[in-house]
Design a binder for this molecule. Sequence first.
Ligand code: ADP
Length: 569
Amino acid sequence: MKFDKGRLFLSKKAFAEITEPDRQRVILTGLGASIVIAVCLFFIILELSLGHLDFIPFYGVMIVFSMVCMILLRKGKLDVAKIVFIVPVLLMIAILASIEKQATGGYLYFLAAGVYIVTIFGYEKIKYSVIFFLFTVFLAFVSYFYTIEPFQPLVLSQRYIDTSYVLNFTVSLFSSLLAIYFLMRLNIKSNEHLIKTSKELKESESKFQLAIQGSSAGIWEWDGKGDRIHVSSKITQLFGYKVGELSDLTLQGMLNILHPEDLTEAKKMLLDHFKYRTPFAVECRARTKKGNYIWVLDTGQAEWDSTGRAVRMVGTILNIDERKRAEGQIKKQNELLEKANQELDRFVYSTSHDLKAPLSSVQGLISIAELTQDPEERQKIFGLMKGRISNLNAFIADITNYSRNSRLGITIEKVNLLDLVTDVLQDLEHFENRNRVEIETIIPEELEIDTDKNRLKVILSNLVNNAIKYHNYDSNNPKIEIKASQKGDACIIEILDNGLGIASEHHQHLFDMFYRATEKSDGSGLGLYIVKETVDKLSGSITLNSEVGAGSAFTLSLPKLNPSNYTAA
Ligand code: ADP
């Protein structure tokens, strides 16, 4: 792996965080600090050998500052490191120039320092460059014209002056050249960096474009300052608009096209993203130009200014309509399956009981009949057996109706309601107590409904059957009314009786499977459950109004069914 010189003076973390031009400046600052340490060490040795001990503490201080500078560089605190290095160096040069005046060539360091300052701060930190450059010029003048107290000019030996001059000249020249070399290198590196970055940018842009074209996502961008949203052509197409039609969209305008039921959540997510920077991704329905809604996945990422205000946001919109609808379908089917499972459990339990009970009863009655020789007694037992068997028969009919309703498809035809009710009443002619109740039908002769005839017959048979079964035969005028009328597109059918009535606590369970509201019932408790299921199948509704002692009113509302929505079984 190629070793980068920047890593000499920077920690791994700091190296990764800063850009290439800054790395070059760090190398220069680090090299400068290293040179100062080397020169100071040289002078300490030189002065010790000559017996001059006065300046050794200053060299020591310079070494300490240079080392602090290097530590700060490693931590990535570049500006502070440069200042910690440059200020003591300038002061040191000023003192040196002041006490040795021009003889040793100490001024030459100001020149080197000037070039060096401009290089390490650069144009990006022009303020620092100018301030420290002016400070250098200021110190050069002060040290030239004045004596900096308490540093009095020294009387130096010619040998010292000569040696110092050669050294100062060489070091300052070398430092200036180093700074100029870095300035040029910086320029080349910056250019290389720029070329590399723009190449990478182009590559990533074309990859991004490819990815966007390949996906079904559209891009949107919100400019917080002007509150304008720019949407890509894919989004425009998705919502059924022509190019340019969605050009003046605001954030509120975008929210306005969301479905009212999804708006609150989407708004909350967006505000939370702006405020708490939580991820923004919301599945919601959005209105198309035609006015219908489609499911989309809207995601985005904002950008905040220094005050924490969201100033820009970029996001995508993905069409997830098909997936959402399929999910909805699966959810519905799951609910139906769950319901069917629960019902099956209860069904198995109750049917085994309801099938067994009359059979055991008939078995018992046969045993009794075998023991008796009395024809009258036997006749009575046969009558009881008949009753049990007809119960069993009714129960099996209920189960068959239930099964037919859930399995068979819907067959729609024009049904004349008066004809159908007449048919139902004819079937019930021999039903127990039928003759003890008056049945009045108030149905316009021409009233017709597009529906499934067999299913409607099952509904009406069950309701009329119950009205006869649960009538109050102690009352003066046992009566049942069957009314029907057209209301808009729906057909309203009412079955009213002045019979026993149903206590209100039973109302909400009355349409449940195997629910009986009275002990007197010898039925299966399936009748009204089948009614409700069948009404649902016909996309209708049923309501109950009943009071104990006053009677019951079942009201059906059945819509006109469109054959194109149903497939015949
Ligand atoms: P079943 O008649 O087999 O018991 P249904 O599901 O047909 O079962 O009816 C459920 C219960 O609702 C019945 O047990 C009965 O108590 C009550 N019920 C139904 N229709 C009437 C009605 N017209 N008047 C009074 N009670 C009724």
